[in-house]
Ligand binder design. Structure first.
Ligand SMILES: [Zn+2]
Length: 76
């Protein structure tokens, strides 16, 4: 979403996995329900106003606090 990366001491990168449909609403632990976000956008996604426009197995289009985003759900 913003291409922020956090490099760790061991050279790997830290990223957070956000559930599109939260686990407490029976959201699944499958790739089509998970997006990878930086910590700031993860919290904005969890606490902000999310309006999902389109969500299928390969892509999600949504508004987050009024700003449009489009993310691929394919595992690369
Ligand atoms: Zn971000």
């Amino acid at each position: 979403m913003c291409s922020t990366t956090i490099r760790k001491k061991d050279g790997s990168y830290y990223i957070e996995a956000a559930h599109i449909k939260p686990k407490h609403q029976k959201g699944r632990e499958s790739p089509d329900n998970i997006i990878l976000l930086c910590p700031n956008h993860h919290k904005e996604f969890d606490f902000g106003e999310v309006e999902i426009k389109n969500h299928d197995l390969i892509q999600i289009d949504f508004l987050l606090n009024g700003k449009a985003h489009s993310l691929s759900l394919k595992i690369e």
